[in-house]
Design a protein around this ligand. Sequence first.
Ligand code: DNO
Length: 350
Amino acid sequence: MAFKMTFRWYGENDKVTLDDIRQIPCVQGVVSAIYDVPVGEVWPEENIARLKKLANDKGLTFEVVESVPVHEDIKLGNANAARLIENYKENVRRLGKAGVKCICYNFMPVFDWLRSNLAKELPDGSNALAYDHETVLKMNPLTSELSLPGWDASYTREGLKELLEQYKDIDDEKLWENMTVFLKEVIPVAEESGIKMAIHPDDPPWGIFGLPRVIIDEKNLKRFLSIVDSPSNGITLCTGSLGVNPMNNLVSMIKTCKGRMPFVHLRNIKITGDHCFEESGHLSEKGSLDMYDIIKALYDGGFDGYVRPDHGRMIWGETGRAGYGLYDRALGAMYLQGIIEAVEKNAEKK
Ligand code: DNO
């Protein structure tokens, strides 16, 4: 099957259980990670095996890891980078051995995804994540509470000040350089291990706090893919990340990245102003992106890979990890699957 529907699961401490997930009719597998090993260290094989067994025992596959985080020293390209890249390669090997087929990661300096409001009330009374550029510009990363419940625990920022200091010398070109070193080492190991690496775009796709960000638009995606021209060097097409810049044409990106998108995050967003957006429900008419056009473009390009609904709103009184509750993501999965079924059957009948 070309589109494999998956669902992110934060492991045994997640309020959303595997029993919940297996009851969403279209979901075949979970997307997860090992959360109790510090960034940069090698994941114990028994932890990986346990995660896989837990999922498989519930009839779910475990073929996608999100994320194997890239240590800041690799992004900075400092003296520790070589050792940490070796550890990363070992993780790729171990995950390949355990049957994992795709690894999602990102190369965003210091901060992963960023929002200014974790619970903006939408007109229907639901709560969603939102981003307002003015508010973010006023934030001081050293004093503001920037921790997001959706961030991988491994992204906690000790020594943040020191880290930001080190990034002073890293501009976009230097970041590309350090990324190139990483890719040239890791992609051959991924190829041998039967793994497709899938870089997540920067979210939001513009610079914040003066830090470089490069996985932001079609031109840079092309540049990224050409660094190592291999099916194992791919991207996670995250519609909600790239789509908040109205200059980014997702359908065109899908054509450009044909065959190089092993993983797709399908989510809608509503652009509410210049550099401002809120995370609407998945339904096309609720946001700025046309989910039908996106899925159709993937299908037309012969997409063969994993998809997952992305951040959901908090609805029906649910509380929990912002963006990662059960109900709205489950609605999203079923809505997306409806489009997928229609697109596939429509094409078969022609
Ligand atoms: C947010 C996620 C990101 C993503 C990482 C991948 O909800 O999409 O945190 O997992 O950027 O490394």
